[in-house]
Design a protein around this ligand. Sequence first.
Ligand SMILES: *Cc1c(COP(=O)(O)O)cnc(C)c1O
Length: 403
Amino acid sequence: MDEGANQEDRGGPGGTIDRQDEIRTLGFESRAIHAGYGPDPTTGAVIPPIYATSTYKQDGVGGLRGGYEYSRSGNPTRTALEECIAALEGGEHGFAFASGLAAEDTLLRTVCRPGDHVVVPDDAYGGSYRLFARVAAPWGLEHTTAHVANTGSVAAAVVPGRTKVVWVETPTNPMLTVADIPALADVAHDAGALLVVDNTFASPYLQQPLELGADVVVHSTTKYCGGHSDVVGGALVVRDGELAEQLRFHQNAIGGVAGPFDSWLVLRGLRTLALRMERHCDNAEAVVAHLADHPAVSQVIYPGLTDHPGHDVASRQMRRYGGIVSFRVAAGEQKALDVCSATRLWTLAESLGGVESLIEHPGRMTHASVVGTQLEVPADLIRLSVGIETAEDLVADLDRALS
Ligand SMILES: *Cc1c(COP(=O)(O)O)cnc(C)c1O
């Protein structure tokens, strides 16, 4: 099918940038608002409709209008999202999925075969690790874990001739470890492997891995891209046309696609991504500054702190340091649990990246399943997803809960 054919004709002048290649020359905020869709040539609608349709009328057998034949293969609302997220990542081809994990599964089955090997972070997102360990491994895909902040440890984990993917998250969850994307791209490419970067925590506003040498960007759009905790979704972005064709085939053949309403919600989220990320970062910095001096806190973990081991690398490859802050409570696990239950503005919940501030205890919540493994996190650790409320209110509520 001819993706994007519907994007070429956008009618007359007046608020209509009708070429995607022209949009690619614009700044991030302009791309976020204009990439993927312009005023509809027939109605003038400035926002893409939610194309709630499974199929499309053909003008004679095979005569497709705009390239669409069936909504698993393609849907105009999904196309708008796919083009927008590709433009924001500095990629050429975007693919939207029903969840981040659906995107990851489709990617693995596209670029790996049974008998291949992948290198994965030793502190990978738990759901990603479960996919590697309990779905991909029984299928025949072997993995070795490595500490991705240590480029040498990743190089040592590569199996020459068999490693097809070096998989990286940066910053990681919840320890906010930072991986050096350009250095890891060299490691992967020397081995003939692809560098895949899960860019969920940074979002394309703060970090663009393809520009830094990565081959594939993965997103859980559930988090910052959607940004309002009202949708579960995933995405892949690549530059290479051949890889894109293979992904397009597998996206359709496996079928874990984003539906039109979910696509529309993520697209709406992307339009304000830059504004939201700036405020997430402002508020995270205010929270970090407060916790750093707090007697009840033994350690604050944030890549923006000069004593964070990944600070220099983060400064090179990120615009700012993000909206996730982790910290350890001096009095230990019970106090950490008590703090999580004592906040009133911060909501005790899993997930992250929404406008509302969330607090969680990784050891008992998001990372409960890895207790006793190498992925175990400190029991006195609290993770914050800092939202975009008034910074003073967030600090005051944390302070009350810590006292
Ligand atoms: C949430 C998350 C995922 C999984 O995405 P879903 O949308 O929940 O399937 C993958 N990677 C990271 C870093 C995440 O935070």
